[in-house]
Design a protein around this ligand. Structure first.
Ligand code: SF4
Ligand code: SF4
Length: 341
C-alpha cells in the first residue's frame, strides 16, 4: 500500500537526521527506515551516513530523505535543516552541531533518562516537538540496541510511517545474520513506540535554528603549506562516553592485584595509575580507577581481569561522574576534571 506524506510548506522531501556515535546503530537505523519506505510503503527514499575511521567512538550522522512515489530524489547532500532529528545519546545535545538546523515545526527525539536535563535543549525553537525515550535502559533490559528503540519512537511520532512495515524490515535485517536478535529487537521497538514521553515547555528560541554549513575555509590560493596543521587537535579533549551502551566497567580495588593486564588491552588507555611505595620500600604502581570520559565500554578490561576486580555493571545516571578518576585533572578545572553526564 502506498503511504501519503504530508510535506510542510512547499518542500519536496521529508528529511530525518540521525545524530550518533559509532557503535549505537544509527547507520542501520537509517537503512531500515529508508528500506521500509521504499520497499514496503511505496515511497521514494534515500539514505547515507557520514562517519569517521573508527567503528566506535567517532561522530556518525545518518541522513534519510523520503518523498512521494512520483517525486524523484536527486539530492544526496547532507541534511542541514531536518524535519526530525533523532539523537542517540543525551550527551550529544551539548554540541551545538547536533541540533543545528532544527526546524521550528520539527520534531526532536532524543535518548535520555527521566531525571536528566540535557544541556542545549533550551536553544530549541519553542514550537519544536520534543520527545524523550530512555533508549539505553530499554535496550539493556531487552538485550537489544538503542537503534531498535529509537526507530520505534520515530514510527510512533510520524503517523505516515507504517509501523508494521518498519518492524518487518527490522526483523528481515537481522533474520539472516543474527536470528537470535529478532525477538529482542521487536520488544525494544514496541517499547520505543509506546514508552516515549512528550516533553513540554523546553525550547526558548524563535524560528528555525541556523544550519551549520561546511564552506571550505581555504581554497587553492589561500591554503597553508601542505602538511601544516595550524590548529592541532588533542585527543585529551575527546569525550567517548557516549559510545557506552548502558554498561560500564567498575573497579573493586580490594580485589585488584595491580597486574596491569587490563591496561594492556584497553584501546583508549583510560585506566588511571599512580606510583606509590610498596611494603619493601620500592616504588610500585597502583590502579586508581577508570576515566569514564574516554571509556567506550568495550569490556576488554573486564574480560581480561583474572581476579574479577573489574566487572561489567549497568550504568545509571551520574554513576560515571561519581566513580570517575580523571586522567588529566588540570584539563577541565572549572568542573574539577569532571564532564557533563
Ligand atoms: S586486570 Fe584486574 S587485577 Fe589486574 S590491574 Fe586490572 S583490574 Fe586489577
Ligand atoms: S571498557 Fe575497559 S578496556 Fe574498554 S575502553 Fe573502558 S576501560 Fe578501556
Amino acid at each position: 500500500m502506498t503511504r501519503e506524506i504530508s510535506l510542510p510548506d512547499s518542500r519536496r522531501f521529508f528529511e530525518i537526521r540521525f545524530e550518533s556515535i559509532g557503535g549505537l546503530g544509527a547507520h542501520a537505523a537509517g537503512q531500515i527506515v529508508a528500506s521500509a519506505a521504499v520497499l514496503r510503503m511505496g515511497l521514494n527514499g534515500s539514505h547515507f551516513s557520514s562517519y569517521g575511521s573508527e567503528k566506535k567512538g567517532s561522530v556518525v550522522r545518518s541522513f534519510v530523505r523520503l518523498a512521494p512515489a512520483d517525486c524523484a530524489i536527486r539530492n544526496s547532500a547532507p541534511i542541514e535543516s531536518p524535519d526530525v532529528i533523532v539523537v542517540f545519546h543525551g550527551g550529544l545535545l551539548a554540541h551545538p552541531a547536533t541540533l543545528a538546523g532544527m526546524r521550528a515545526a520539527g520534531t526532536l527525539i532524543y535518548a535520555g533518562h527521566e531525571h536528566e536535563a540535557p544541556d542545549g535543549l533550551s536553544r530549541l525553537p519553542e514550537t519544536t516537538r520534543v520527545i524523550r525515550i530512555d533508549a539505553q535502559t530499554i535496550a539493556r533490559e531487552e538485550r537489544s540496541r538503542p537503534n531498535a528503540v529509537l526507530i520505534g519512537a520515530l514510527t510512533a511520532a510520524l503517523p505516515f510511517l507504517d509501523r508494521q512495515a518498519i518492524l518487518d524490515t527490522l526483523e528481515a535485517t537481522f533474520a539472516g545474520k543474527h536470528p537470535e536478535a529478532v525477538a529482542a529487537n521487536e520488544c525494544a521497538f514496541t517499547r520505543g513506540a509506546e514508552e516515549f514521553k512528550l516533553i513540554e515547555n523546553v525550547g526558548r528560541g524563535e524560528g528555525d535554528l541556523p544550519a551549520v554549513t561546511s564552506d571550505p575555509l581555504w581554497g587553492y590560493r589561500t591554503a597553508p603549506l601542505g602538511g601544516v596543521l595550524p590548529l592541532p587537535g588533542n585527543t585529551a579533549h575527546n569525550d567517548l562516553h557516549t559510545s557506552r551502551n548502558g554498561w560500564m566497567p567498575v573497579l573493586d580495588a580490594d580485589k585488584c592485584i595491580d597486574c596491569g593486564m587490563c591496561d594492556m588491552v584497553c584501546p583508549d588507555l583510560c585506566l588511571v595509575w599512580s606510583t606509590t611505595t610498596g611494603d619493601d620500600g620500592q616504588p610500585t604502581v597502583k590502579l586508581d580507577g577508570v576515566d569514564y570520559r574516554y571509556c567506550k565500554g568495550c569490556m576488554r578490561c573486564v574480560e581480561t581481569c583474572s581476579t574479577l576486580a573489574m566487572t561489567r555493571e549497568p550504568e545509571t545516571h551520574g554513576m560515571a561522574n561519581r566513580l570517575r578518576v580523571p586522567l588529566f585533572p588540570d584539563l577541565f578545572p572549572a568542573t574539577g576534571g569532571k564532564h557533563a553526564t
